[in-house]
Design a binder for this molecule. Structure first.
Ligand code: FES
Length: 273
C-alpha cells in the first residue's frame, strides 16, 4: 500500500510530507530552526508553551499556531520566521518570564528572544504564597511519568491554580523515584536529590517521594531504588527477575556491555561479573 503524502509550502519552498506528520518535524527535517520548550519526540505532543509558533495559511486564512501539534495538510503554507512569528515567540517568552521571573532557565530563554529581562522582572510581584514559581506547566514531567513511569504526578486544578502535583497533594505512594520527571524538566522545578543513601524527589520545596537507594552490583555506588528495579522487572515482563545489566549503575552497565560485545567479536567467552 502506498504511503499517503501531502504537498505543502514551507518558507516559500514546495515540499512533501507523509500525511499525519507534524509541521514541526517536517521543518526540523528541512534543517529549519524552530524553538521548543515543551516538546520531546519520545513523548506525546501537548502544545503548552507555544514557542514553536509558526504562521500558517490554509484556505485563505492565516493564523499563528503551535507547530508541534499541527499535522501537515495538502496545500498548507507555513512561515517559520515571519515578523509575526518572531513577535509571537517573543511575547510567549515574556509571558513565561512573568510567570517565573526568578528562574534562571526562563530568564536565559527570554533573553534569547530579545526580552528585556531586567525591566520585565522588576515589575513582577513575587507573592509569598508557597506556590511553585519555577514551573512553566510544560507538562513534560507528567507526560514522561505517564509514558515511562507509574503515572505518579499529573496536572491538577485549573486556570491560574493549575500545577503539577500528586493525588491530594500528599507524598506519593506510586512514585518509584526513577527521576525521569527531573531529567526532562527544563526549569528544574522538579528535581531529585541523592543524599544519605536516600533519593528524594522534590517540587517547590516539598518532597514528593523519599526512597532508599540500592547499590550497583559491581562498584557499589548507590544508583537507583528498589522500586525502580521492581518496576522494570514487572514492565519488562521478566519472569526470572531483572533484564540484563539493570543491577549495574549506568557506568558499569556501559563497560560490561562494551566488554561483552568485544568478547563476542573476538569469539571469546565472556564471564559475567
Ligand atoms: S514546543 Fe510546541 S507548544 Fe511547546
Amino acid at each position: 500500500m502506498e504511503t499517503p503524502v501531502v504537498s505543502l509550502t514551507i518558507n516559500g519552498k514546495k515540499t512533501q510530507a507523509i500525511d499525519g506528520a507534524l509541521v514541526l518535524d517536517v521543518c526540523l527535517q528541512m534543517g529549519l530552526d524552530i524553538p521548543t520548550l515543551c516538546h520531546r519526540r519520545e513523548l506525546p505532543s501537548y502544545g503548552a508553551c507555544r514557542l514553536c509558533t509558526v504562521e500558517v495559511t490554509e484556505r485563505g486564512q492565516t493564523r499563528l499556531t503551535a507547530s508541534c501539534t499541527l499535522p501537515v495538510a495538502e496545500g498548507m503554507e507555513v512561515q517559520t520566521d515571519s515578523e509575526r512569528v518572531v513577535k509571537g515567540r517573543r511575547i510567549v517568552a515574556e509571558l513565561l518570564l512573568k510567570r517565573c521571573p526568578d528562574n534562571q532557565a526562563v530568564r536565559d530563554l527570554a533573553a534569547e528572544f530579545g526580552v528585556d529581562v531586567e525591566t520585565v522582572t522588576a515589575a513582577v510581584p513575587r507573592p509569598d504564597d508557597g506556590k511553585d514559581h519555577d514551573c512553566v506547566l510544560c507538562a513534560l514531567c507528567t507526560r514522561a511519568c505517564a509514558t515511562v513511569g507509574p503515572h505518579a504526578i499529573a496536572l491538577v486544578d485549573r486556570g491560574p491554580e493549575m500545577e503539577v502535583g500528586t493525588p491530594f497533594g500528599r507524598e506519593s505512594e506510586t512514585c518509584i523515584g526513577c527521576g525521569t520527571c527531573a531529567e526532562v524538566c527544563p526549569t528544574s522545578a522538579i528535581r531529585y536529590e541523592d543524599r544519605e543513601a536516600k533519593r528524594r524527589v522534590i517540587k517547590a520545596g516539598k518532597t514528593i517521594r523519599e526512597l532508599p537507594l540500592v547499590p550497583c552490583n559491581l562498584c557499589y555506588t548507590l544508583y537507583t531504588t528498589e522500586e525502580v528495579l521492581d518496576y522494570v522487572a514487572r514492565k519488562g515482563g521478566m519472569p526470572d527477575g531483572l533484564p540484563l545489566d539493570a543491577n549495574y549503575c549506568p557506568d558499569c552497565a556501559r563497560q560490561i556491555r562494551a566488554a561483552r560485545m568485544g568478547a563476542g567479536l573476538l569469539g571469546l567467552d565472556f564471564e559475567e561479573p
